[in-house]
Design a protein around this ligand. Sequence first.
Ligand code: NAD
Length: 328
Amino acid sequence: MKIAFYDTKPYDKIWFEQVSREYGYNIKFFEHHLSLDSAPLCAGYNAVCAFVGDDLSAPVIEALHKAHVGLIALRCAGYNNVDINAAKGKLKVVRVPGYSPAAVAEHAFALLLAVNRKTHRAFYRTRDNNFSINGLMGFNLRDKTAGVVGTGQIGKIWGEIAKGFGMRVLAYDTSPDPGTGFEYVTLDILFTRCDVISLHCPLTDETRHMVDGKRLSRMKESAVILNTSRGALIDTEALLGALLEGRIGGAGLDVYEEENGYFYEDKSSELMRDSDLTRLISLPNVLVTSHQAFFTREAMQAIAMATMENIYAFEHNKPLKNEVTAEG
Ligand code: NAD
């Protein structure tokens, strides 16, 4: 198998070189994102390995198909960037579901602890010999109510962590799982009652902007919203409005609607042209991280291994247990 690997970062090489050696696969690492411009680079390769910021729209899929690529191996769980209908009958698409749900759930909690207790601000104060604690007051999590939207692999663990902090857990999912022990309620009740809300459902046509102005207006003034799932679950304009008017307590965001072109890149020497991102970053009660919730040693190893297993199954015509299809 010859694999064209797009959007390569130094940490990808470390894990994928090590694991692919065991399979005897030949990986060509490209730093470019996959796009219509960079798709011709995959000529002569059987598979492309792509990530969350790669463009897998219909024209790019058509270009891969013309280049005789048979497989798109996503090295991520979400696949909202892939036009699955365009791939149907042309290429197989596989993903890596659930490589380390704990990594994402733990990061969501790290965001919560920082936003609530303002540790991100305290870090800068004490480095500057400013030992004032004015403005750094938070609230106890114990006996408060946590809301989890999407109780799949990540959401379940997030809810368990919340329970460990002594919180009550309310949940919303289109397919509730009674085994979680969480109390399932409607989305509107969850938004009204919770002190902390964490989003863990996939981005679909149905969930795009599920957190809009109306839903944000239901939140308590002190409540914190966390998004480690996909940026477009939240209407950014509406979130900014709620934050700027003090209608909600804060936000911890690992994802952002317009993250492509910014997240995973060092833009420190350029002018920031995204005014919404600039405003979010500037707010003291918001913490933005760069889609890094998955980024642990355990997760990287699991992603590399699962990606190679997916490619191996494709090469040997075995059932593709992680295939993404239009039928779901
Ligand atoms: P999962 O498939 O195990 O769980 C998703 C849950 O969402 C399921 O229980 C499903 O029933 C539920 N759901 C589907 N549609 C819904 C809706 N309309 N309303 C409410 N719930 C709905 O997925 P997971 O492994 O827990 O991952 C969740 C999401 O996390 C992924 O889709 C991905 O976008 C994101 N993710 C982010 C990172 C990161 O680094 N930030 C890493 C991995 C995954």
